[in-house]
Design a protein. Structure first.
Length: 264
């Protein structure tokens, strides 16, 4: 149990909601605030990307409620999820909304926070390690390195309707940063690679696809932008994609491979 007084951690008050990032998978990447919330919550409303091993850290007797959304699969609507959080808080519960990665990085945390604010529900946002940083680190790929890039662009690989994002300026994206990190892009990898190539990115530019990052099932495929444009591989979701020269650093920095095992 974390000594909350020693660390000066805030009280988790009844009738409030904490929007907490659970990180990309490995329970060891939870923050002290996340552990503090798990130990005190009356209800844990978790999404589809939260590693099940984390549930054993919840307070005995806490209710576990699935409140996830996965593209292309039946799931609750976002308004329904937000309304459920409001109703639970209004009933005097300590509500932990547990979200994979970081709640505000392509995680609808901002939408849920706005709904809570509109209903007058006290809330706290607890950041988590997003897959675009933590997943890359577990693959031996630093998201920045001063010899390769001083900028990075994070983007989603699909619109709200599941299609390739149509409102993005792909020419500007291709020119804007040496390293691109794509979330939720596995269904449209070839199309996205084609657009980046058409906008001037090199065919031999290295590209890595990290599936189930930071979990025991993690796998990493290293390819090139040209190869992916020609024939995208079958990718196990969830997956994070990185494009840029930092991918070459994996040859020296694959620390998991050096240990001879996947993340525990």
């Amino acid at each position: 149990m974390i000594d909350s007084a020693l660390l000066g951690l805030p009280e988790f008050e009844p009738g409030s909601v904490w929007l907490v990032g659970a990180g990309p998978g490995d329970p060891g990447l939870l923050s002290a605030l996340a552990l503090h919330a798990l130990a005190r919550a009356d209800v844990v409303a978790y999404d589809a990307l939260v590693d099940p091993r984390i549930f054993c850290l919840a307070r005995p007797g806490a209710a576990l409620e699935y409140a996830g959304k996965r593209g292309g699969r039946p799931s609750a609507s976002q308004p329904d999820i937000s309304l459920r959080l409001i109703r639970l808080a209004q009933a005097g519960k300590r509500v932990l909304r547990l979200k994979g990665g970081d709640p505000c990085v392509f995680g609808r945390g901002g939408e849920e926070a706005l709904a809570l604010a509109g209903a007058g529900i006290p809330f706290r946002i607890v950041p988590g390690i997003t897959a675009g940083i933590g997943g890359l680190a577990y693959a031996g790929i630093p998201v920045t390195h001063r010899d390769t890039n001083s900028a990075v662009t994070f983007l989603t690989g699909h619109d709200s309707d599941g299609a390739v994002p149509g409102g993005l300026d792909w020419n500007a994206i291709a020119r804007g940063a040496p390293v691109l990190v794509l979330y939720m892009a596995s269904r449209h990898l070839s199309k996205i690679a084609e657009r980046l190539l058409a906008a001037g990115r090199r065919t031999d530019e290295p590209m890595a696809i990290i599936s189930k990052a930071t979990t025991p099932e993690q796998s990493v495929l290293v390819s090139t932008l040209g190869e992916i444009a020609a024939a995208a591989p079958d990718v196990r979701a969830p997956a994070i994609v990185v494009i840029g020269e930092v991918v070459r650093l994996r040859t020296a920095l694959d620390w998991i491979g050096a240990l001879g095992s996947n993340p525990a």
